[in-house]
Design a protein around this ligand. Structure first.
Ligand SMILES: NC(=O)C1=CN([C@@H]2O[C@H](COP(=O)(O)OP(=O)(O)OC[C@H]3O[C@@H](n4cnc5c(N)ncnc54)[C@H](OP(=O)(O)O)[C@@H]3O)[C@@H](O)[C@H]2O)C=CC1
Ligand SMILES: CC[C@](O)(C(C)=O)C(=O)O
Ligand SMILES: [Mg+2]
Ligand SMILES: [Mg+2]
Length: 341
């Protein structure tokens, strides 16, 4: 088995006396800033004037313009949306980078696809939590953490690995496990995971199941509970005990259906298509399409997003969740907004 790093493998002292700039205060930004601060790290938040600036100040942070934060800091973590990073990097981050500083990412997209080319005189690494930012914060507060990957792109000071591990510990990830990877592996597996399984695969599966039941005349509310709400309960069991842990709790009838119908739904064609999705990621085809989509002001992204928000499953779900106050409403108002802090 590969080496998995835990709290005991990290040396907190490498961050002592250092200042960390968190650039961006959205999903990951607010979580890193708050977890680092609660772990005793000196944090400055770098932003433009706007909603996040107000929120970060409300949360008690010293908030300054991006370039000023970079100038003040020893470690600069870029937590801006991937598509905006190259411009902000060129105009406001690179000018403040001095020899010996660390330039850090939570995803390798821009470095791997050469949208950001860091100077040779700084350490460059990534610490990529394997989970949504709001859960990076929530699990930290619960005394747990979200696993993370780290990768060293360049190590000028000889300290890059130590700082990466100390950072991962300070955001709570070394409570769960931290693995070493490369920018290439992190970028390609993260894009694949979110497209084929975690986000794209899952939302398509849920909608297909919901639509199949509703089109067959079943009540939308029943279809919602069956295909979306219960998913969390089933996934919680997988999270705790793997596939077998989940199968232990379900009926043998369900398990027989799992074995016989599951492979009919997610069949060889699905895997063939997954391979093509991975190929588009590896060749840079996906990156190119995402970069061009942003250059054109997101015509497809916005149209699909609007259509998706109008889907019956969203309307039915919103009404049902209103009646379940125990279902945590994690920043529901942020849907459709750019900042997700
Ligand atoms: N979302 C996640 O859970 C995960 C994300 N990542 C990676 O983390 C990085 C950040 O993603 P994510 O947290 O989703 O980003 P968000 O979209 O949630 O955060 C956007 C933040 O950037 C700020 N911002 C936008 N433009 C500028 C600008 N020009 N100058 C200064 N601040 C600006 C926004 O502020 P404002 O209010 O002013 O718009 C907001 O605070 C990405 O590299 C992503 O791939 C990695 C793992 C998981
Ligand atoms: C699964 C989506 C993700 O990769 C993540 C939360 O890890 C992202 O980019 O947001
Ligand atoms: Mg991810
Ligand atoms: Mg991702």
């Amino acid at each position: 088995m590969v080496k998995v790093y835990y709290n005991g493998d990290a040396n907190d002292q490498v961050l002592a006396g250092k200042k960390v700039a968190i650039v961006g205060y959205g999903s990951q930004g607010h979580a890193h800033a708050q977890n680092l601060r609660d772990s005793g790290v000196d944090v400055v938040v770098g932003l433009r004037q706007g909603k996040s600036w107000t929120q970060a100040e409300k949360d008690g942070f010293n908030v300054v313009a991006v370039q000023e934060a970079v100038e003040q800091a020893d470690v600069v973590m870029i937590l801006l949306p991937d598509e905006l990073q190259p411009k902000v990097y060129k105009e406001e981050i690179e000018p403040g980078l001095k020899p010996g500083k660390s330039l850090v990412f939570a995803h390798g997209f821009n470095v791997h696809f050469s949208q950001i080319v860091p100077p040779q005189y700084v350490d460059v690494f990534l610490v990529a939590p394997k989970g949504p930012g709001h859960l990076v914060r929530r699990t930290y507060e619960e005394g747990a953490g979200v696993p993370a990957l780290f990768a060293i792109y360049q190590d000028v000071t000889g300290e890059a690995k130590d700082v990466a591990l100390a950072y991962a510990k300070a955001i709570g990830s070394a409570r769960a496990g931290v693995l070493e990877t490369t920018f290439k592996e992190e970028t390609e597996t993260d894009l694949f995971g979110e497209q084929a399984v975690l986000c794209g695969g899952l939302t398509s599966l849920v909608k297909a199941g919901f639509e199949t039941l509703v089109e067959a005349g079943y009540q939308p509310e029943v279809a919602y509970f069956e295909c979306l709400h219960e998913l969390k309960l089933i996934v919680d069991l997988m999270y705790e005990g793997g596939l077998a842990g989940m199968r232990y709790s379900i009926s043998d009838t369900a398990q027989w259906g799992d074995f016989t119908s599951g492979p009919r739904v997610v069949d060889g064609r699905v895997k063939e298509e997954m391979k093509k999705v991975l190929e588009d990621i590896q060749t840079g085809e996906f990156a190119k399409s995402w970069i061009l989509e942003n250059q054109a002001n997101r015509p497809v992204f916005n149209a699909v997003n609007n259509r998706e928000n109008e889907h019956l499953i969203e309307k039915v779900g919103a009404e049902l969740r209103e009646m379940m106050p125990f279902v945590k409403k994690e920043k529901k108002e942020a849907v459709g907004a750019s900042a997700k802090n």
